[in-house]
Structures are given as C-alpha cells and as structure tokens.
Design a protein around this ligand. Structure first.
Ligand SMILES: CC(C)(COP(=O)(O)OP(=O)(O)OC[C@H]1O[C@@H](n2cnc3c(N)ncnc32)[C@H](O)[C@@H]1OP(=O)(O)O)[C@@H](O)C(=O)NCCC(=O)NCCS
Length: 288
C-alpha cells in the first residue's frame, strides 16, 4: 500500500495523463484520444488517482461544470472516470479518492451528481451517495409546414468541428431549470456519441442535436446564444410522421405548452445530500 502515490490535477504531466488514458481504456473501454487530439481535453475534468510505478491503479474525476440551476449561474460537479484496477479492488482506494475529490470540490459547487454502472451501485451507496430520480419530457408535436435550411455538420471535419465549438463556447443554457455550458463536454458528445446528429440552422443562428426514431423526434440539445422556440425549430427538424418530441433536457425555454414528464430508469443517477434542481432532466450532452 505504501508504494502507491497519490496525485491530483496532473493533466500538465503528459506521462501521467497518458497513464490515466490507458487506465480508462482498460477499465471502461473508452479511448479519449479523439477528444484529446481534436484539442478538447477539458482541464475541468479533474483527476484524483493512485499511481504505482507510473500506472494508474485507482482513479476518480470531479468534472467541474458551469451550470444554470433555477435561473442562477452556479457550478455543479459530476463524478466520472471512476475505477480501480481489479487487483486493487476492495481495499478502500476508491472510497479514499472519492473523499479527497469531494473535499476539493466542497467550496466550488452547489451540487453533485453521477451516473453509476449497475455493478457500482453498492459502492456509491456505501460512499454515502443517494439515488436521484431523473426524468425526460415529452411533447405532442404540433403540426407545421416544412422549411428547408438545415445543414448537417460533421464533427470529424476540422472546419465543422470548429464551428460546433464556436456555438458551444457562446451558448446560453438550454434551460433555466438545469443547463450546463461546458463546450468541451459538448464536443465529446459530438465526437463520440452523436456524430450524425449535429445540425446547424443558419436562419435561427443555432445548432440542434437530434435524431428521428419513427414517430418520435429525439431532441438532445439546442445550442445558441438565444435559444429558439420549438415552434421555430420544428419546421426545420420535424417530419410528416413526427408525433412526439422526446426532450433530453428541461423544455422550459423552448416550449410553453403541455409537457408530460416521465421518470427515466436505468441510468442509476446519484447525488450527495440534496440535488439543487427538483425532478431533474439532466441535459443529454451534460453527461460525462
Ligand atoms: C466500483 C469500483 C470503482 C470500486 O472501487 P474499489 O477501490 O474497489 O472500492 P472501495 O474498496 O473503496 O470500496 C468501498 C466500499 O464500497 C463497497 N463496494 C465496493 N465495490 C463493491 C462491490 N463490487 N459490491 C459491493 N460493494 C462494493 C464496499 O462496501 C467497500 O467497502 P468494503 O470493501 O470495506 O466492504 C471498482 O469496483 C471498479 O472499478 N469497478 C469497475 C468499474 C466501475 O464500475 N466504475 C464505476 C462506474 S460508475
């Protein structure tokens, strides 16, 4: 145990950062290289790790997020990048790292959240986290005439990527109830999770991230300085068969009609003490 070296906030050290990347690839099968090489590595994704001979054996990241909660600018911390090498599990390492991370974050944020893998649920309960109910919002799609002018952006093309990042950097929160502003996290989603779902509507000066699933329009994010209303977006992104819009964020800014809120199961959301937003819809692109 004595041989372990504790380190935090070490992204400036190239070798240590590479060791972290190798660790995450090992534990979670996630390769951060594309995110890093595109230039979007986020300093605010803050690591707390134990090293042995230059290798990471246990780690947790506190992701500091610029957020808007109930109309107020604040910071939230999302706990992510959590793991312990199988040979080092059940020795209290990750609990210690989590405590160090929480201590570091305590005067920096107004709330914590995380999404747990099913197997890790007992660990988070043991560390004092409490399950958090989370929701999605559904809207009956209003009928509207189609308009052309939607432009697909490809996050794998440098020019499009920079354009997306530009929108991300100057965005306002997609919701006043709960919105997250970190443009580098948005870029992670564009590169890894939603590469085919990113569109610009030049006439509305916005990006919209969406896809169609039969009659359901899955709306992941609207990225703009002035967030346009659903009525103005829908002519560009709706289809003849669209009956319902599944909003992966609170729809308060884009829609003032009826909303059906449904609980979302399976993500194992957790918080510490109380989360500052009631019945939260975590923005899709805010998940790390
Ligand atoms: C979850 C994980 C990070 C825990 O790391 P760890 O260093 O073994 O955790 P700790 O030893 O600090 O555990 C603290 C307490 O949590 C509980 N705990 C940890 N792992 C557990 C498990 N698999 N089942 C039940 N309880 C567990 C125990 O109560 C433990 O204390 P104890 O050993 O004294 O009983 C590790 O198992 C792991 O890397 N899992 C695979 C990746 C993963 O799931 N990451 C989290 C994604 S959200």
């Amino acid at each position: 145990m004595e041989a372990l070296e504790f380190r935090q906030e070490y992204w400036d050290d190239r070798e240590a950062r590479n060791a972290f990347k190798a660790f995450i690839l090992d534990i979670h099968g996630l390769d951060f290289s594309a995110w890093e090489h595109a230039g979007f590595w986020d300093e605010r994704y803050t690591p707390f790790s134990y090293f042995l001979d230059g290798r990471v054996v246990s780690s947790v990241c506190m992701y500091l997020l610029d957020a808007v909660v109930n109309g107020r600018e604040t910071q939230l911390v999302q706990i992510s990048g959590v793991g312990t090498d199988p040979a080092w599990r059940r020795r209290g390492l990750n609990r210690q790292l989590t405590q160090k991370g929480l201590q570091w974050a305590s005067d920096k944020c107004s709330g914590y959240f995380l999404f747990a893998d099913e197997d890790a649920v007992p660990f988070y309960l043991q560390c004092g986290f409490t399950p958090l109910r989370e929701f999605r919002e559904f809207i009956i799609a209003p009928r509207c005439a189609h308009r052309s002018g939607l432009k697909h952006l490809d996050p794998n093309r440098t020019e499009d990527r920079e354009r997306i990042f530009g929108f991300g950097r100057s965005r306002t929160a997609v919701s006043d109830k709960l919105g997250v502003l970190n443009a580098r996290l948005l870029m992670f989603h564009c590169l890894y999770i939603l590469p085919d779902c990113v569109f610009e509507i030049p006439e509305l000066n916005c990006l919209v991230l969406f896809k169609h699933r039969g009659p359901v329009l899955e709306l992941f994010d609207v990225v703009a300085k002035d967030v346009p209303s659903m009525q103005s977006l829908l002519p560009y992104i709706g289809r003849e068969e669209t009956q319902q819009i599944c909003c992966h964020f609170h729809s308060d800014k884009i829609w003032n009609g009826a909303v059906e809120k449904r609980e979302l199961h399976g993500n194992h959301a957790f918080t510490l003490a109380a989360f500052p937003a009631d019945n939260p819809v975590f923005p899709f692109t805010a998940r790390a």
